[in-house]
Structures are given as C-alpha cells and as structure tokens.
Design a protein around this ligand. Structure first.
Ligand code: ZN
Ligand code: FE
Ligand code: FE
Ligand code: ZN
Length: 257
C-alpha cells in the first residue's frame, strides 16, 4: 500500500505527532508513506505552517525517515495551494514531490465549513466551471507533480446540472499533457459527499487518458492513516489498474498494487 498525502500538526488543523502517523502506517502495512503538509503562503495563515516552520518540518520527517528506514519508506512533500500566492520559497525546497491543490476560488475557501454560507450565494454550475478552470490552469503551470483531490469542489455534496465529464474534460486533458499524476484520495469518504476524489466518472476519464495514479488518505490524525485504502485498491484492480506511482526527488517510480 502507498499513501502519499498526510498532514502534521504544523498546519494547525491536524493532530498527533508525525511519529504516531508513521507507526500507524507500519501497522496498516503501508510500504511507501509520504507527508505533504500544507505549505506556507502569504494568505490563509491559520491553516498552514509558517515559512519559518519549513526547515523544522523537513528535518523532523528526514529524521523519522532514517529511524524507520528498515520498516517503511518515508517520503517528503508539500501540498501547495494553487493561488496567486504560490511562493518561490516553497517551490525551491528540495523535496520528493509537490501536490497541487485548489481550495480557493479567488479568496473563497470553498471547502472550508467556516465559509459554507457562500455556496448559497453562488450558482453551482459556475462554481464547478471556475474550479475546473483552476485545475486546468494549475496543470498548465507545470509547477506540481500530483493533482490533489481533483474534484474537491463536490465536498459538501453540491451537484452541478451540467455533465461532470464536460465540466472536467479540459482539466483532465491538461493534466495528461503536463504529465501530472492524479491521487485517488479517500478523504472524501469522510466528508458530506461520501465518495473518493475522483468520482467513478472522472476516474474513468483519467484511466482512459492513461494518466498515472497514486493513493492517499489525506490524514489529519493518526487514525485516518491509510483510511479505506485497501477497499479502494481492490476497486482499482477490478478496473484493471495494477500500478501506482510515487516520487523521489521529483523522479517518478512505479509500484505494483
Ligand atoms: Zn488540511
Ligand atoms: Fe487539500
Ligand atoms: Fe491535504
Ligand atoms: Zn488535501
């Protein structure tokens, strides 16, 4: 098993020590385990580490990587918000991979329960269009290795009247062209929408485009590590998916599922 998207308390909204996350991963039989905590930016300070925290974060994970190297392969990354605040100081870090995520449409944190009221003022189709335009733009930026929770916009269960395949088509083409990887992220199963990111429909498109996939639980607490990954891998195998990928020093490697 592989789980590349996990947080630490440095982002101010996760609990448990990184070591507890790793012990849980070992217990669950995960072989390749990555941290990708919320990278700093000059915006939305409350939900991420500070620029000063980056060395501390990286050193702690590297120390644990060494300590547990006989039991599990630990990787180091960041989850980066694709906004105008993407920061060189983050992009320049020497890490294994960067996950690019869209959590903001302009200044609106659309997936944050704190700002859920804004959904009532918006047209759902327009939100979906805007969201997938951002994903497309993110792919075209060529800044990241992995697309984070590709259809996060569905998190609260809002459904568009337009066909989701049409809405996401250009974004998925851009992801393919940019040679990005899509994570199958199980955290959606813990959210009101109650399904993985991506949905079955989008997964079908992604597989048709021959886009590589990886897996993640997006754990914000040790008990969420590896969340429903086993079932998800079984489902993938039934669809004919037999390998996942990961990155070391931004270089792509394949692993059999
Ligand atoms: Zn988070
Ligand atoms: Fe995220
Ligand atoms: Fe995350
Ligand atoms: Zn995430």
């Amino acid at each position: 098993m592989i789980d590349l998207h996990n947080h630490t308390p440095l982002c101010n909204h996760a609990i448990g020590t990184p070591e507890e996350f790793i012990q849980k991963a070992i217990q669950k039989g995960i072989k390749i385990y990555g941290f990708a905590d919320h990278a700093p930016m000059e915006f939305d300070y409350e939900y991420r580490m500070s620029f000063e925290d980056m060395s501390k974060y990286e050193n702690e994970i590297k120390k644990l990587k060494e300590k547990y190297k006989d039991k599990i392969e630990i990787l180091l990354g960041y989850e980066v918000d694709f906004t105008p605040f993407v920061d060189k100081r983050v992009l320049q870090r020497e890490v294994d991979y960067l996950i690019g995520s869209v959590h903001f449409l302009d200044n609106w944190g659309f997936d944050n329960p704190e700002f859920i009221k804004e959904w009532e003022r918006r047209d759902v189709d327009d939100v979906y269009k805007e969201y997938f335009n951002k994903i497309e733009e993110m792919a075209n930026s060529r800044l990241f290795n992995i697309v984070g929770h590709i259809d996060l916009v569905k998190v609260f269960g809002h459904t568009p009247t337009k066909n989701i395949k049409d809405l996401a088509k250009n974004a998925i083409k851009a992801i393919k062209k940019a040679n990005m990887v899509v994570e199958i992220n199980t955290s959606g199963l813990r959210k009101p929408v109650k399904e993985t990111y991506p949905s079955n429909e989008l997964l079908e498109m992604i597989l048709n485009e021959d886009i590589d996939i990886t897996l993640s639980s997006d754990a914000h607490a040790p008990e969420q590590v590896g969340y429903k990954l086993k079932e998800t891998i079984e489902k993938l195998k039934k669809l004919g998916v037999n390998e996942a990928v990961y990155f070391k020093n931004k270089e792509k490697f394949k692993i059999k599922l």
